[in-house]
Design a protein around this ligand. Structure first.
Ligand SMILES: NC(=O)c1ccc[n+]([C@@H]2O[C@H](COP(=O)([O-])OP(=O)(O)OC[C@H]3O[C@@H](n4cnc5c(N)ncnc54)[C@H](OP(=O)(O)O)[C@@H]3O)[C@@H](O)[C@H]2O)c1
Length: 278
């Protein structure tokens, strides 16, 4: 399937985190391109509003209130998808959040909880969707990581670690699932204008990603969604919605001192502006 174009008409997409931001934009973009969409997140009212928009596009939408931190919810999500559509073509593990905290101050419970949602939530999506796709002999797992899964962001180490864990999970899975005709795609967005920053600020009082990211490095969720659905149409291992960001992050990894220096300046600048830091 890799490199070959897939006809998206009537294919079935499950998106977690479909009540807002990148997940919502992806659900709508996929419906515009002919897919039926299963919408999962915790806020049912928001999911219903997205479902209405999808039905107006003459596509089917199924709302399944889901907390990806709960295994039984993700199991039910896949069960209901198969019950309604008889198949599952793309599982998009997108639900996630972040918060600002130095490692020194990191609360263990918050650390465990973010892994439950961002990382284990992804693992659950993959594990429950896998038997369905194996039976079909086709399918795609799309994992929404982040550029900070490649270059750890100071003061957001816990969040970065979850995104990195998702990325290496995707890399390992790619080989494990290839022989079953299942594609794995990992998405690495840069700053994207969504509720992410408000959620983060609510959790820990402050969020600095938005303030520190120049506008030229901020994207719309619709842009990210288009790139994601392009990769459903033509499956590929990685999606970098920010131009040249894949190359920039690879250079950053090859030059750790330079990267460390620029990240240090970033934290010092935050401290000058009154944010806490190490
Ligand atoms: N925004 C950025 O700058 C950026 C950059 C790189 C990567 N990303 C990644 O993109 C993904 C989507 O984020 P976003 O920017 O679109 O943020 P967002 O607007 O805050 O959306 C997050 C979505 O995740 C859902 N969610 C959170 N916890 C959940 C849980 N336990 N179970 C089910 N759903 C849950 C939320 O829905 P409910 O609250 O209704 O459950 C919401 O639909 C995340 O994985 C994030 O790490 C974002």
């Amino acid at each position: 399937m890799a490199g070959m174009k897939v006809d998206l008409q009537n294919r079935v997409l499950v998106v977690t985190g479909a009540s807002a931001g990148i997940g919502k934009a992806t659900a709508l973009e996929a419906a515009r391109r002919g897919m039926h969409v299963v919408l999962a997140a915790r806020r049912e009212d928001k999911l219903n509003a997205v479902a209405e928009q999808i039905r107006r596009l003459d596509r089917q939408a199924l709302v399944v209130p889901t907390d990806v931190a709960k295994n039984e919810d993700v199991a039910a999500l896949v069960e209901k998808t198969v019950e309604q559509f008889g198949r599952l073509d793309v599982m998009c593990a997108n639900a996630g959040y972040g918060f600002r905290e130095s490692v020194a101050e990191l609360d263990e419970q918050m650390h465990r909880e973010i892994f439950e949602t961002n990382y284990f939530g992804t693992v659950r999506c993959v594990q429950h969707a896998m038997p369905v796709m194996k039976k079909q002999g086709s399918g795609q797992m799309m994992v929404v990581s982040s550029i900070v899964g490649r270059i750890g962001l100071p003061m957001y180490a816990a969040y970065s670690a979850t995104k990195s864990a998702q990325a290496v999970l995707a890399m390992a899975l790619r080989v494990e699932l290839q022989r079953f005709g299942i594609e794995i795609t990992c998405v690495y967005p840069i700053g994207t204008r969504t509720e992410f920053f408000e959620v983060s600020a609510k959790l820990n009082g402050q969020d600095t990603i938005r303030q520190n990211t120049p506008n030229m490095f901020m994207q719309t969720p619709e842009h990210v969604a288009r790139k994601m659905v392009d990769a459903m149409r033509k499956p590929r291992p990685e999606v970098w919605p920010g131009r040249f960001m894949g190359i920039a992050s690879a250079i950053g990894l090859m030059l750790p001192r330079m990267t460390q220096h620029s990240l240090r300046r970033h934290v010092e600048d935050e401290q000058r502006r009154g944010f806490s830091g190490t």
